[in-house]
Design a protein around this ligand. Structure first.
Ligand SMILES: [Fe+2]
Ligand SMILES: [Fe+2]
Length: 146
């Protein structure tokens, strides 16, 4: 059975929080840090994608609160700009730290403002969770084949 959408998105949040901690504690292991940086960027990109394609539009429809969703999209846009700087950053630590700090603020805003509204507005969270899982699986297959 599909998990509900909020449980899935929150599991992503906790996974990236764990990756940030791993990155910060990777010490002088440059290869490990680079690998973690790539995973962090990929996870955040995929997570933002399913929120933008599926979760935010459903939330906007269910709540009629376009402003809430618009603010979240703007935060994603800023995060994407920071993620785009990571691959060619002279200072990898600084670039990843900027991504972490920004993502953590956004994640907290979702926990505080967005998820409670989503739970309260009668959205079809189980159906949406199934669609999110399907979309993730589809993208993961494309990445493997590329
Ligand atoms: Fe988000
Ligand atoms: Fe999120």
């Amino acid at each position: 059975m599909a998990q509900d959408a909020i449980a899935l998105l929150e599991a992503d949040h906790q996974r990236v929080e764990g990756l940030f901690r791993d990155f910060r504690s990777a010490g002088g292991d440059a290869a490990a840090r680079l690998h973690l940086a790539q995973i962090i960027c990929m996870e955040l990109t995929l997570h933002s994608m399913v929120e933008e394609e599926l979760f935010y539009p459903a939330l906007a429809r269910a709540t009629g609160d376009e402003q809430l969703v618009e603010r979240a999209r703007k935060e994603h846009q800023h995060l994407k700009e920071l993620i785009a700087r990571v691959p060619n950053a002279d200072n990898l630590d600084g670039a990843v730290e900027a991504v972490c700090r920004n993502a953590l603020v956004h994640i907290e805003a979702e926990r505080r403002d967005i998820f409670p509204k989503a739970k309260a507005c009668g959205m079809e969270l189980a159906t949406l969770g199934g669609r999110i899982q399907g979309r993730r699986a589809e993208v993961a297959t494309n990445v493997q084949e590329a």
